[in-house]
Structure formats: C-alpha cells, structure tokens
Design a binder for this molecule. Structure first.
Ligand code: GLU
Length: 420
C-alpha cells in the first residue's frame, strides 16, 4: 500500500510553487546570491517516520543554513547544560514585537527580552560551555547537540560564516551593547563569531522535522531513540517559541497557524506540535517580517487540512470507561484509551455514579494505551475509595501501566484473575 501522505505533500508543493512573492535575504551577501526556487517540506512523527517532498530536484535533500532556527535549539542546550535559573537571569522570555535584529534590551534589567531575537541569541550562545570557553569549543558543543538531535553529523557552511562575519555590523553593535551591560564576557567579535557559526550549521528539511519532533516529544529523538533533552527543557523552549518565534508576526502566526515555530533568513521554517510532530519547510523568499512566504503558506494549509492548530483541539471522543459489567460475584470495570486528566476524571465520575452491587470489583487495564502520573494516581485513588466502601479490589494490568500499584495509604492492589 502506498501511504497517501507523500502524495499529499507533493500536491501541497505543487499548489504553492507558483507563489513568487517576497525576496531572499540580502543583508548577508552569500544568502543574497542564493537560488530562490528550492521548495521542500518534511514531517516527522512520534514513531520516527519521516515523510518528505522536494519536487523534481529533490529539494528535501538539499542543505541550507539553519540561521535563526538555531536559536530555540541553542536555548535548549543552554537550559540543559547550565539550568533554567542561570539562563533566565541572562535572557527573558517575553515577546518583543520588534524585528529580529533590533538594538533592544529590557529597560529595567538590561537583559535581552527573549532568546529568539538576536540580542538574546548572542547572549545564549555565550552561556554554552562556560564563561572561559573558546569560541571553537562552544560551537563544538552546539554542533554535537544539533547532530544528536538530527541523528546525523552536521557541519558548518564556512562560506556563509565568512560572508556574514564580513557584514556583521549590526550583530557586533548588539554584542557591544550586551558587553557594556555585562551580559556577555567575550569580546564582541568573539561573541558574534560564535553566534554566526551556530547560524551557519547546514540542515535539510528532514533534519529540521526530526529535530522539531524531538522537541515536541519531550527530548526523545524519535529515530535514534536517544533522550537528548529533558522534557521540561522542551516545554520551556516550545512555550517561548509559541510567543516569540515568529518575530513581530508571532501573534498572527499563532492565531492563523497555531503551531509553535521558528523561521530562519535562509528560508527554513520549523514547527513543533507538542506530543505529535515536527514539521519543516524550505523556500528562500521572505516576507517583510523575515518569514518564508511559501513556507508560511504550507504551514497554514497543513494546519487547516490536518487539524494541527494547537488551539482547535476537539474534545476527546468516547469514554475512558468502556464498560462496567457484573459477572457472577464480581464487577469488571474495563478502561480504554489514554488515561491523563480527562480519562481519569471520567473513570472517577462514572464509577461514583454507578452502584457497585458485588463484593469483588476489578479494573481491567488491558485496553488502556498509556497513562501519565496523574492518571495512574487517580485510578489507584479511585480503587482505594472503592475498597473503603467495603469492596474487595483487584486489577488486570499485564503491562504494568499502574507501576507498583502503591496507593496513598501505602498498601497496594493485587492482581486479579482474568475472569472474575
Ligand atoms: N544569522 C542571522 C542574523 O543574525 C540570522 C537571522 C535570522 O535567521 O533571522 O542576522
């Protein structure tokens, strides 16, 4: 069977290909000379399956510089390596509503307002590998992390680095400003060199989709299975990306597309759908906010067609309680699906509203697909209360979803026979 997703992605590319609005970034000579035509899209699922399309020239295999899409990942590395407290004392997390390279710091603290604008990204780069690190060692740590996130060895485009460094007056001005307030310790030249090298790492849309999926999945790289980042780090990065990832277009993006995302001036765009997917596009012509025109259109369509808007989550259909059946001397409560807050609440409310007529009550977990800490605690608490009401309780849980089944009072639930 052929998976229809691939032809869907091909069709989207064909639809947006005629759009030629916008222009390639021209403030970095090497990018100004870039071919504006490439067009590619990729998706990576939680199971690590990657779907991509790149038209007749296989643009999904084509490398481009990551540019600002490196910002959320470098932020993640800093959070992972030096901890939230240190990172937050260096850079804030409020949207700036300004252009990416605005010469701005928070009026009171003199910290950059967030890590997605250049001032913040230069400061974050400085946090990597300690204050005394050389530029080369700092970049090495980043390159190593980015490679583990992508699941292949990435490299730096030296020509783009050189070209950007030769015209880096604005970023140098930012670095001087940061240094004058003691936010960074390196010379402005070194700080900008580290940051520009980070921006010159080469990736494909497939790499970005996989890295995005890793963030979306709490730091576990879905292809290699490696736990690269902590879940809390990923949560923080995506939250900041959602409010500040798309520069001064962030509000409109969140309302229209609803996927936390980050764009780069080379034409890349990467989005994360928490718990589900990483998505990436590549098309170099940019709009006035610096976001890829065709990339934005692809995201908009996929969000609409595939129901990916974060805020349009529909209520989970069906109940967590599949059935409550009395069998001889016992009652079996069959649970199903995922047990998070909603499922656990459904279980508790349904059982509370049901008169249990037998002495023996068993919860059958065999159709439960997954359970989080809250769901587990609530199922066990529900069982404890059923016991308190005078019943003998048991569970059928061959996959061990309820862990060691210890309840709040320190006792645990025994395994029941499959048939009561
Ligand atoms: N290296 C670029 C700069 O700092 C990245 C900007 C971007 O991608 O938005 O100017």
């Amino acid at each position: 069977m052929e998976i229809p997703l691939r032809s869907y992605l091909d069709d989207i590319l064909d639809d947006v290909r005629p759009h030629d609005d916008g222009a390639v970034a021209d403030y970095i000579p090497e990018l100004a000379a870039a071919d504006p035509e490439p067009l590619a899209v990729a998706l990576c699922t939680s199971a690590g399956r990657v779907y991509s399309a790149g038209g007749p020239h296989a643009d999904d295999e084509r490398e481009f510089t990551i540019q600002s899409i490196s910002k959320p990942f470098a932020y993640a590395v800093a959070l992972q390596e030096v901890g939230v407290e240190k990172v937050l004392s260096t850079v804030g997390m409020e949207p700036s509503g300004e252009a990416f390279n605005e010469l701005s710091l928070d009026g009171g603290t003199h910290r950059p307002v967030n890590p997605m604008i250049n001032a913040g990204a230069i400061a974050v780069n400085q946090l990597i590998n300690g204050e005394d690190s050389s530029v080369a060692a700092r970049v090495e740590v980043l390159l190593d992390y980015f490679s583990r996130l992508a699941g292949r060895e990435l490299r730096i485009d030296e020509r783009v680095t050189g070209s950007e460094l030769a015209t880096a007056d604005r970023n140098l001005a930012l670095a001087h400003m940061l240094r004058s307030y003691g936010v960074i310790g390196d010379s402005a030249q070194d700080a900008v060199t580290g940051y520009v090298r980070q921006c010159s790492i080469l990736v494909t849309v497939k790499d970005l989709a996989v890295i995005g999926a890793t963030l979306a999945l709490g730091g576990r790289q879905p292809v290699t299975g490696e736990q690269v980042l902590d879940p809390r780090v990923c949560r923080q990065v995506q939250a900041v990306m959602a409010s500040a990832g798309m520069y001064d277009g962030a509000g409109k993006w969140m309302a229209g597309v609803g996927i936390p995302a980050k764009s780069g001036v080379a034409g890349g765009l990467m989005g994360t759908l928490p718990g589900q997917l990483g998505i990436a596009t590549f098309s170099p012509r940019l709009d006035a906010s610096g976001n890829s025109v065709r990339g934005t259109e692809i995201f908009r369509r996929m969000s609409e067609d595939m129901g990916l808007h974060l805020m349009s989550a529909v209520p989970a259909r069906g109940s967590a309680v599949r059935s409550i059946r009395q069998r001889g001397l016992g009652t079996v409560i069959r649970l199903q699906g995922g047990l998070g807050f909603a499922g656990a609440e459904d279980f508790l409310a349904t059982v509370a509203g049901h008169e249990l007529k037998t002495n023996r009550v068993v919860v059958d977990m065999r159709r439960v697909t997954d359970v989080d800490g809250f769901g587990r605690a609530m199922v066990l608490e529900g069982l404890r209360r059923i016991r308190e009401d005078g019943h003998r309780i048991g569970v059928i849980d061959p996959d061990g979803l309820l862990g060691d089944r210890t309840m709040d009072d320190g006792t645990s639930v025994e395994t029941s026979d499959e048939e009561v």
